[in-house]
Design a binder for this molecule. Structure first.
Ligand code: CAA
Ligand code: NAD
Length: 284
């Protein structure tokens, strides 16, 4: 099936970036968040990014004017009724995702594909909550979406090959270089990256070094583009903790035990860049 119109559910850190790359690839995009004001914030972010692109000579004013005609926003999921593909990027919680996709199945046209940007959860389980498990697939983007080239494409056990191929094609059209991964907690990248961030939080919790020293050590000693605790702040500590908890429960292995430092930050509402405070303070 040819994808022409894409729905993006959730306009937070990831949804806004996913909408941006889809628009820039020429798709019509409907961006929806149930919390009023979030889509306006996302649109303001897109305007800022596009203004910067014009300034740097990376986009023309005509191209940006065209981008703006391709996007519509809403707080009502019924506005997804004519999209060909929905990419969901809402909270990392299995019950919330199952409920949202069940509703999307009832709203979207029968041939539409539903995709989840989940960081770790079971594609098969979310698919089973819908009326179209064969048209359900994992489509996992990386933060910052505009910069990171990877999309992991994860078929569930009943995903049709045609669904997987269509979504691989969409990923390529938006300038990404996709990899296929079998369904397993955290797929490829997060299975490796999240325990790394968790261990860094343990090193911090044990007082082995300061935040700055831990991040500096991993940048200078291991060639990481940013330190693990800076990265947790960029991803959102709530997301990292949700993935750690899922690994711990799903694998039943103590090596995935979530760091107390993550739990304390989330309990305090210090989720990282998005709340202005996480391991570091972004309020100034
Ligand atoms: N949003 C949009 N664009 C951004 C950005 C952001 N948050 N941060 C940087 N950029 C852009 C800059 O505008 C710049 O663009 P131009 O070349 O057009 O000027 C470009 O990226 C490079 O920026 P900088 O030179 O300022 O920064 P950098 O070279 O230090 O790179 C980085 C920034 C790409 C974020 C780099 O530090 C990096 O790769 N960090 C690791 C990111 C990572 O690991 N992501 C995966 C997280 S895990 C995940 O996403 C999965 C999950 O499920 C949790
Ligand atoms: P976020 O907290 O920045 O944004 C989530 C948005 O979803 C919020 O604006 C919220 O209002 C909205 N929302 C919640 N429930 C909703 C519903 N039922 N319907 C519509 N909107 C709803 O989160 P995020 O960082 O963008 O993460 C979104 C998803 O992407 C999660 O599954 C996360 O695991 C995954 N992910 C995150 C990252 C990352 O680095 N942050 C990277 C890859 C994947």
């Amino acid at each position: 099936m040819e994808i022409k119109k894409v729905g993006v559910l959730g306009a937070g850190t990831m949804g806004a970036g996913i909408a941006q790359v889809c628009i820039q690839a020429g798709y019509n995009v409907v961006l929806i968040d149930i919390v009023p004001g979030i889509v306006d914030k996302a649109l303001a972010g897109l305007d800022k990014a596009w203004a910067k692109a014009i300034e740097k000579g990376k986009a023309t004013a005509e191209a940006v004017a065209n981008y703006k005609t391709l996007v519509t926003t809403s707080t009502d999921v019924n506005d997804f009724k004519d999209v060909d593909l929905v990419i969901e990027a809402i909270v990392e919680n299995i019950d919330v995702k199952k409920k949202a996709h069940k509703q999307l199945g009832e709203i979207c046209k029968p041939e539409a594909i539903l995709a989840s940007n989940t960081s770790a959860l079971s594609i098969t389980e979310i698919a089973a909550a819908t009326n179209r498990p064969d048209k359900f697939v994992g489509m996992h983007f990386f933060n910052p979406v505009v910069v990171m080239k990877l999309v992991e494409v994860i078929p569930g056990i009943v995903t049709a090959d045609e669904t997987t191929q269509t979504v691989l094609e969409v990923a390529r059209k938006i300038g990404k270089d996709p990899v296929l991964a079998k369904e397993s907690p955290g797929f490829i990248v997060n299975r490796i990256l999240v325990p790394y961030m968790n261990e860094a939080a343990n090193v911090y919790q044990e007082g082995i070094a300061t935040l700055e020293e831990i991040d500096k050590a991993m940048k200078l000693g291991a060639g990481m583009p940013m330190g693990p605790l800076e990265l947790a702040d960029m991803v959102g500590i709530d997301i990292v903790l949700a993935v750690c908890e899922f690994f711990y429960n799903e694998f039943g292995d103590s090596k995935y035990r979530p760091s107390l430092a993550f739990k304390q930050k989330v309990r305090a509402g210090h989720l990282g860049r998005k709340t202005g405070k996480g391991f570091y303070d972004y309020s100034k």
